[in-house]
Design a protein around this ligand. Structure first.
Ligand code: MG
Length: 380
């Protein structure tokens, strides 16, 4: 029986993690559920999964549910609650399902305890990849990616030697604006940007897919997960999202991992690796697919993708600036404060303005993140 801590249990990855765990009651026990504000769904989850502890990050939301906790379920509150639970609770697998920079600190706590980290939170590796890798080595923690592209690459690499890899080929659906002209970005509405053709995800990730920043963050994530330089990481547009990514080896052979676009599969793999467990998820009907298309990405149109490759070359705190500026810019777009086309512009302004530190530790990252957010909040 493995005990699971779910950081962010009411978001899209958190809910799917519970959908997987529901199938294997003899294999997994939920130790901790954590949410930001969605206490209504949390109460349903507590009722079904009977965790030992829950954390509600938002203090007002916590106040509302504190009298509805079962006697054997402890309630912690705030960011301290997330960190203390990660640092003190009994669990075997930490599922990093929370979106955004806020997922970093509790993930670090879990790494320091040498746990298995099933990681969906991209920002952990994007802003602190080097620090995270050093901690993993020092404390013996292992990261198994949940992001579908990285899970695909991870699966392609089982039994292979990383030194024999020529390149990683990360597939991208291209998002809702793949076939629109760049001029369309001026007037793109929130609803249009949130209308993803293949994947059902939270709002932040869906907007990131529309700008292709999501793919940019995934390139940085892949760099830290697999230790390969930017020249060895390609992005290819594949609108059907059936091939989740590929690995090309030095003899020219290419391995691809395929399946329906459903996050339950990479989540289950991260929970059960190296085992593959029987499930009844929908199967891919290969003849029904008929065609798989591939195209080069348009870096001129999707400036965010280009910026992500650039910051990986610069290194230091540049990826942290990119990530923080993007989070605020996306928030502003979703609040109707800026046009869709301004998202890369605000990120570029932040990269010009905020000084780069090459010596990384959690303090310099935290300062850089705060400085960038404050800067971007005040420009339009
Ligand atoms: Mg992905």
């Amino acid at each position: 029986m493995k005990n699971v801590y779910i950081l962010g249990s009411t978001g899209s990855i958190g809910v799917n993690t519970l959908n997987v765990i529901r199938n294997f009651p003899d294999r997994f026990h939920v130790s901790a559920l954590t949410v930001n504000t969605n206490t209504q769904l949390l109460l349903e989850q507590i009722n079904e999964f009977k965790p030992d502890l829950v954390v509600v990050k938002d203090k007002d939301a916590a106040e509302k549910v504190k009298h509805q906790m079962p006697a054997n379920c402890k309630l912690l509150v705030g960011v301290d609650g997330l960190n203390n639970a990660a640092a003190g609770l009994e669990y075997d697998i930490f599922v990093g399902a929370m979106v955004g920079y806020a997922g970093l600190a509790p993930t670090i706590e879990a790494i320091k305890r040498g746990k298995r980290i099933a990681l969906a939170n991209k920002e952990t590796l994007v802003v602190a990849g080097e620090v995270v890798n050093n901690y993993c080595k020092e404390y013996g923690a292992e990261i198994i990616p949940i992001d579908s592209e990285h899970s695909a690459i991870y699966q392609c690499l089982v039994g292979e030697n990383i030194d024999e890899v020529e390149k990683l080929i990360i597939t991208a659906s291209g998002g809702p604006f793949l076939n629109k002209d760049k001029s369309f970005f001026e007037d793109a509405t929130i609803d249009e940007a949130l209308n993803h053709p293949n994947w059902k995800m939270g709002n932040k990730v869906t907007i990131d897919s529309a700008t292709m920043m999501n793919k940019g963050l995934e390139v940085i994530e892949a760099h830290w997960l697999f230790g390969l330089s930017t020249e060895k990481i390609d992005v290819v547009i594949h609108p059907q999202s059936i091939i989740h990514s590929m690995v090309q080896f030095r003899d020219g052979s290419i391995k691809a991992q395929m399946g329906l676009p459903d996050m339950k599969l990479p989540i289950q793999y991260a929970l059960t690796y190296p085992e593959r467990l029987q499930n009844d998820f929908e199967r891919t009907n290969i003849p029904a697919i008929e065609t798989l298309n591939f195209y080069e990405p348009n870096f001129e149109k999707f400036e965010c993708l280009k910026l992500a490759f650039d910051v990986l070359e610069v290194g230091g705190t540049a990826p942290c600036v990119l990530n923080a500026a993007n989070e605020i810019a996306v928030e502003k777009f979703l609040n109707n404060e800026i046009r869709f086309s301004r998202i890369p512009v605000l990120i570029e302004k932040a990269l010009e303005k905020i000084g780069n530190h090459q010596l990384l530790n959690l303090d310099t990252i935290f300062e850089c993140d705060t400085e960038t957010r404050n800067f971007v909040r005040n420009i339009n």
